[in-house]
Ligand binder design. Structure first.
Ligand SMILES: *[C@@H]1O[C@H](CO)[C@@H](O)[C@H](O)[C@H]1NC(C)=O
Ligand SMILES: [Zn+2]
Length: 303
């Protein structure tokens, strides 16, 4: 690769074409590339690709969120993330940002539609939407995260199998492929398993472990939790993290020496691939597939 060109950024897997060892002199160029690449992480061949829609009316935004939330649940169902009544997604309400929407307890992810979602306050008390039982104890994890991080509008947690398996090690994922770079610098591990989350206290400790920048956390001996500025971002991070756990388990079981991606390459790749807009966009194929499969049923109703 020529060191003078900045036009290598033509598609997502950019970091693989970066030199593996960067000299001091090369470093400013990486910064330059970053700026160019941030605009064109998803190369679109010159045609515009829709990103996160700008919705000013908070009621319309609420409806839009509820539909994307229902879609996220159906994606999770299709990918096998259910375990009994476990698992929840919470989304901050755009009308009253101190309240949240969550799934009704005990209803299969794959059957959820917009009008099934329940509006709750910070303590998990039902205040609107589909007035029915919720997993209030489970929500206390989310509540603490939402309180600590106003930038987080959505959080996902399930007992998905690979996440659950990887969580037994109590260690972060290795950065060993392009997709795992999405977790570079934003993953955390919550080590103390305090039994089923029943107290607000454990939620606070989990939020602390996530820190000011984290968006993905491995809850040791439990499962995964991801967060984002949109439900799409949080849900994509969840599907990607579950797959990344699965892939690392495959890698570990092969037992051959692993090649880790270097810090600089990982940082660069995450800077172009793991921003809020790109992660939102990554989720749209899965979301649209669910809309199509449900004949629009998942968008039905609203509040
Ligand atoms: C509300 O929740 C209950 C209980 O999970 C469910 O049976 C019902 O279909 C939900 N949706 C609506 C729109 O009432
Ligand atoms: Zn759980």
């Amino acid at each position: 690769m020529s060191t003078t060109t900045t036009t290598v950024i033509t598609e997502a897997p950019v970091a693989v074409s970066l030199p593996t060892t960067l000299t001091q002199a090369d470093e400013p160029k990486v910064e330059e590339l970053k700026t160019d690449a941030a605009i064109s992480a998803l190369s679109t061949g010159g045609y515009e690709f829709p990103g996160i829609p700008k919705i000013d009316d908070p009621y319309k935004k609420r409806q839009w969120q509820l539909e994307h939330m229902a879609g996220a649940f159906r994606v999770f169902a299709r990918k096998g993330f259910t375990e009994g009544t476990s698992g929840h997604i919470s989304v901050r309400d755009p009308v009253d940002p101190n309240t949240f929407w969550i799934n009704p307890l005990g209803k299969h992810f794959g059957m959820l539609k917009a009008s099934d979602m329940v509006q709750i306050d910070e303590e998990g008390r039902v205040i609107g939407g589909n007035k029915t039982a919720v997993n209030a104890a489970g929500f206390m994890i989310h509540s603490a995260v939402h309180k600590a991080r106003p930038d987080i509008n959505a959080a996902c947690h399930t007992h998905s199998p690979a996440g659950k398996a990887w969580s037994a090690f109590g260690r972060p994922l290795d950065i060993i492929n392009q997709d795992s770079c999405n977790f570079y610098g934003i993953q955390a591990v919550y080590k103390a398993f305090g039994g089923v989350v029943l107290g607000a206290e454990e939620g606070v400790r989990i939020a602390e472990a996530l820190g000011p920048k984290g968006k993905a956390i491995i809850l040791q001996n439990h499962g995964l939790l991801t967060a984002g500025s949109t439900v799409d971002e949080a849900a994509y991070l969840f599907t990607c993290m579950e797959r990344t756990c699965e892939v690392q388990l495959m890698v570990e079981s092969a037992g051959l020496p692993k090649k880790l991606i270097g810090d600089e390459e990982a940082r660069f790749t995450s800077s172009v691939n793991a921003d809020a807009e790109t992660l939102y966009t990554e989720f749209q194929p899965d979301f649209e597939y669910e809309i199509w499969k449900s004949n629009g049923e998942l968008s039905k109703g609203g509040y």
